[in-house]
Design a protein around this ligand. Structure first.
Ligand SMILES: CC(C)(COP(=O)(O)OP(=O)(O)OC[C@H]1O[C@@H](n2cnc3c(N)ncnc32)[C@H](O)[C@@H]1OP(=O)(O)O)[C@@H](O)C(=O)NCCC(=O)NCCS
Length: 211
C-alpha cells in the first residue's frame, strides 16, 4: 500500500525572506515563477514585489507546498503560488447591489456624505496567482490559494478593523465565475492605468466580499 502523502501549504511573507536572504537569492527564487495566463502577475512578482513590500504599498505572501513523504524523495518544498495584499479605500454605489447587502455594508463605511454612495476601508487582493512552473499549479487549487489570502485578511481586520476585501480582474467569464463561486460580488469597473500594459481589455471588473 502506498504511503499517504503528508503535505501542507506553508506561507512566508516576502519581507521575512528579505530579512533572511541576499536580494540575489530572493530574485532567483522568484525567477522560477511562471504564469502565462497573466503576464502582469509574473512581472509583478519578478520586478515589483520586493520594492512594493519594502515601501509598504503591498505585502506579498509566497505559498509553498511542502511534503515530507518518501514518495517525493523526503523533504520537498515547491513554490505553488502567491498573493499580495494592499490597504485601500473603495467606493461602492447603492445601485450595484441588493437592498440587504447595501444595508449591511453601510454599517462599515461612510454612506452619508454622498447619497447612494458608500466609502469604505478595504483590503485589496492586488495579485493572486498559481505558479505554472514545472506543474506546480497542480499542487494547489485556486480556491485554497484565495482562502489563504482571505484568512490572512480576516486576521489583519480583526486587529485593525474593516470588513471588506476586494479585487480587480480582467473581464473574463471563467475568472468572474471563479470569484463569484468564492463569494465575491461585482460592484464596479476600473479603467486600466497606463502602466498596466500586460492586461487584456480597457478596464478591470471590481468584485468585493463582506467578511
Ligand atoms: C485565478 C486562479 C488562481 C484560479 O485557479 P483555479 O481554481 O485552478 O481555476 P482555473 O485556473 O481553472 O481558472 C478558473 C477559470 O478562470 C479562467 N482564468 C484564470 N485565469 C485567467 C486569466 N488570467 N484570464 C482569463 N481567464 C482566466 C480559467 O480559464 C477558468 O475558466 P473556465 O472555468 O471557463 O475554464 C488561476 O487560474 C491563476 O493563477 N490564473 C492566472 C493568474 C490570474 O489571472 N489571477 C487573477 C488575477 S485577478
Amino acid at each position: 500500500m502506498s504511503k499517504i502523502v503528508n503535505s501542507e501549504l506553508v506561507q512566508i511573507n516576502l519581507n521575512e525572506l528579505v530579512n533572511q536572504l541576499e536580494e540575489s537569492d530572493i530574485k532567483e527564487i522568484l525567477s522560477s515563477f511562471v504564469c502565462d495566463k497573466n503576464k502582469e502577475v509574473e512581472q509583478f512578482i519578478k520586478e515589483k514585489a520586493i520594492v512594493f513590500s519594502a515601501q509598504g504599498i503591498a505585502k506579498t505572501h509566497l505559498v509553498y507546498w511542502s511534503s515530507s513523504d518518501e514518495k517525493w524523495g523526503g523533504k520537498s518544498k515547491e513554490l505553488v503560488g502567491y498573493y499580495s495584499i494592499a490597504p485601500k479605500t473603495i467606493t461602492i454605489k447603492k445601485e450595484t447591489m441588493s437592498k440587504s447587502k447595501w444595508k449591511k455594508i453601510c454599517k462599515h463605511g461612510d454612506c452619508l456624505s454622498v447619497p447612494g454612495v458608500c466609502n469604505l476601508p478595504a483590503l485589496l487582493i492586488g495579485q493572486l496567482a498559481k505558479n505554472y512552473h514545472n506543474g506546480n499549479d497542480t499542487l494547489i487549487s485556486g480556491s485554497d490559494l484565495l482562502q489563504l489570502a482571505i484568512e490572512k485578511i480576516k486576521k489583519v481586520q480583526a486587529e485593525v478593523g474593516g470588513r471588506i476585501v476586494y479585487l480587480e480582474c480582467e473581464d473574463a467569464p471563467g475568472l468572474i465565475k471563479f470569484y463569484n463561486d468564492n463569494g465575491f460580488t461585482v460592484f464596479g469597473k476600473r479603467k486600466l492605468d497606463g502602466d498596466e500594459t500586460n492586461l487584456k481589455g480597457e478596464y478591470l471588473i471590481q468584485l468585493f466580499k463582506y467578511l
